[in-house]
Design a protein. Sequence first.
Length: 73
Amino acid sequence: MFRDFRLSEGWTMQFRAEAFNVTSTPAFMNPGADASAPVRAADGTITNLNNFSSITSALPTERQIRFALKFLF
C-alpha cells in the first residue's frame, strides 16, 4: 500500500508499506527420496524406510513488513 502527500508544487512525499507472507504459511522442502537402505525385521519385513517420503524440514519464511518514505521532485 502507498499514500502520496503533496508538499508543494512538484514535490511529493510517498509513504509505502509492504508485507510478505502475511499468513505466515510455511514452505516445506521436498520429501525424502532415498529408500536404498531399509531396516528389516528378523522375519524379513521392512520396518523403517529411513524417512522415505517424509517431509522433515521447511524453508525459513517468516512474516515480513517493510515501511519506506520516498521523496519525489
